[in-house]
Design a protein around this ligand. Structure first.
Ligand SMILES: Nc1nc(=O)c2c([nH]1)NC[C@@H]1CN(c3ccc(C(=O)N[C@@H](CCC(=O)O)C(=O)O)cc3)CN21
Ligand SMILES: CC(C)C(=O)C(=O)O
Ligand SMILES: [Mg+2]
Length: 263
């Protein structure tokens, strides 16, 4: 396998071939995911929940994310490395640029930011300075208290067209990738069809260009409530690397997500 890049993901989209993404937080799991063929690794701020035991991603700091990014960067093979900007990582333009620079120096190849259309200027500035950006729309866990829980977004026609318009505007501003979390499958499809850049989905239906899951969910070690969109792939594999491979193959074959994982 050769290195996964933004251009290879874009080519996969044009060819109609889906790609797989998985979170990783350390070198050994990142290496196993790479051997299993996973295309994109995310150092997610979900680490605040699955590693640290918080009930949201808000307590996660830049130092936490940088530590895990360095760990993953040392172990990863050919996968593309995406990293979350943590909650309030962009309180001003200057601090956003400093934080993005720190993530890139730690090994990030793509920085993911949560928000809505208002992020356009930030994304334009990051892109201009050589930081590729993934814009995370739909259910944005960093705003869970505003949203009133981890709920499906974009169910009403108006909310759905707002998400589609935000995605268009952020791509116009320079976003290289869009990630949609917890939206109806019809919206996942509409956004993917409307954009030339790759769209990654989690709980966004079967028609996004890529799929992502939290590693712990793929291995069936989620604590607390299990979201509808997750599947335990270890249950049908012999070992952890095998579970990652099953997940990767199910995404490429468009067998995952099935109807029961979608909204
Ligand atoms: N282990 C884990 N997996 C994740 O996917 C994940 C995290 N942690 N932490 C950060 C966020 C939080 N996420 C979540 C958590 C819960 C739901 C959830 O329970 N959603 C309901 C939607 C109900 C509705 O509005 O209809 C569901 O039934 O899936 C969704 C996303 C996704 N992310
Ligand atoms: C669930 C994914 C998309 C994420 O942002 C994370 O793991 O933090
Ligand atoms: Mg996240």
């Amino acid at each position: 396998m050769t290195s996964v890049t933004l251009s290879s993901l874009k080519a996969r989209k044009r060819a109609g071939e889906p790609f797989s993404c998985l979170t990783a937080y350390d070198a050994s799991f990142a290496a196993a995911a790479g051997r299993a063929g996973i295309d994109v690794l995310l150092v997610g701020d979900s680490l605040g929940m699955v590693l640290q035991g918080h009930d949201s991603t808000l307590p996660v700091t830049m130092d936490d994310i940088l530590y895990h990014t360095r760990c993953v960067a040392r172990g990863k093979g050919d996968s593309l490395l995406m990293v979350d900007l943590p909650f309030m990582g962009n309180p001003s333009r200057e601090r956003l640029l400093d934080n993005a620079a720190a993530l890139m120096r730690a090994g990030a190849e793509l920085v993911k930011v949560e928000g809505e259309g208002w992020m356009a200027d930030d994304i334009r500035e990051l892109t201009r300075r050589g930081v590729p950006v993934c814009a995370h729309l739909g259910l944005t866990p960093q705003t869970v208290h505003q949203l009133g829980g981890y709920k499906v977004q974009g169910r009403e026609a108006e909310a759905a067209s707002r998400i589609l318009e935000d995605a268009r505007a952020l791509v116009e501003a320079g976003a290289s990738v869009i990630l949609l979390e917890c939206v109806p499958a019809s919206l996942g499809r509409a956004v993917s069809e409307a954009l030339e850049v790759p769209v990654i989905g989690i709980g966004a239906g079967p028609d996004t260009d890529g799929q992502i899951l939290v590693m712990h969910d793929v291995l069936g070690v989620t604590h607390g409530r299990t979201p509808r969109f997750v599947k335990n792939f270890l249950a049908e594999a012999e070992d952890i690397e095998g579970a990652f491979r099953r997940y990767h193959e199910a995404v490429l074959a468009r067998e995952f997500p099935a109807a029961e994982h979608c909204f």
